[in-house]
Design a protein. Structure first.
Length: 218
């Protein structure tokens, strides 16, 4: 697949080797996810009625509650995207003790409120996010590379993430990320049911009961 850079000037200044390196590093997670995944049947997601828009106050309250006694960053992922869910599976496998990360679907109430906390629309599914305990919100390639660097159980992902962050310009990394994100449903399809939890892993997935009341902002 050909990648179109938004700026010819940027493309002309980067050696071809760096372009290849960016693609390799950003694709490393996808390769491992495909190897980890079982065959998947493509399906169409049922339409879900939109929930009420969270207020900024509710979003802040949810953030404060989530990090009051637990400093693990929260990864927001597309809960109906098969590729994204396989990436979550890999992260769970490579962090077996659950010391590094917690997870919540973008479409969950917690996810929607954290999106608003990060200054995004509650229904924005354009990028995964990482929400850190200091209030920093990472998106696009920064989020991917942060997650990769937390996975001590995968030298491939951890090493590739460090190399990409150190050597590949952020603008180029985000072009690669956006290309993968825009085609994620075409690669492995979608789930019929939103994934918001996992049996036996309650400490790793955040329950919607932790969300503040999602009052509508008028």
């Amino acid at each position: 697949m050909a990648l179109r850079l938004g700026s010819r000037r940027l493309h002309g200044r980067l050696p071809a080797a760096l372009v290849a390196l960016a693609a390799l590093c950003m694709a490393a997670a996808a390769v491992e996810c495909l190897a980890f995944a079982a065959p998947i049947t493509r399906s169409v997601v049922s339409k879900v009625r939109l929930a009420a828009m969270p207020t900024a106050e509710a979003a802040r309250s949810t953030f404060d509650g989530l990090f009051s006694s637990d400093q693990r960053p929260v990864v927001l992922y597309d809960g109906v995207c098969n590729m994204c869910n396989r990436a979550v599976d890999v992260a769970l496998e490579k962090d077996p003790d659950g010391r590094q990360l917690r997870f919540s679907a973008l479409q969950s109430e917690v996810g929607r409120q954290l999106l608003v906390f990060c200054g995004r629309r509650a229904e924005d599914l354009s990028s995964m996010l990482v929400v850190k305990p200091d209030g920093t919100c990472l998106v696009q390639s920064d989020a991917v590379l942060f997650v990769g660097q937390q996975l001590d159980g995968s030298p491939l992902l951890k090493g590739a993430s460090k190399v990409a962050e150190a050597l590949v310009p952020k603008a180029l990394r985000n072009v690669v990320y956006d290309t993968v994100a825009e085609n994620r449903y075409r690669v492995l399809g979608r789930r019929e049911k939103l994934r918001k939890s996992e049996d036996g892993l309650n400490d790793r997935f955040i329950d919607d009961a932790r969300a503040a009341s999602p009052a509508v902002e008028r």
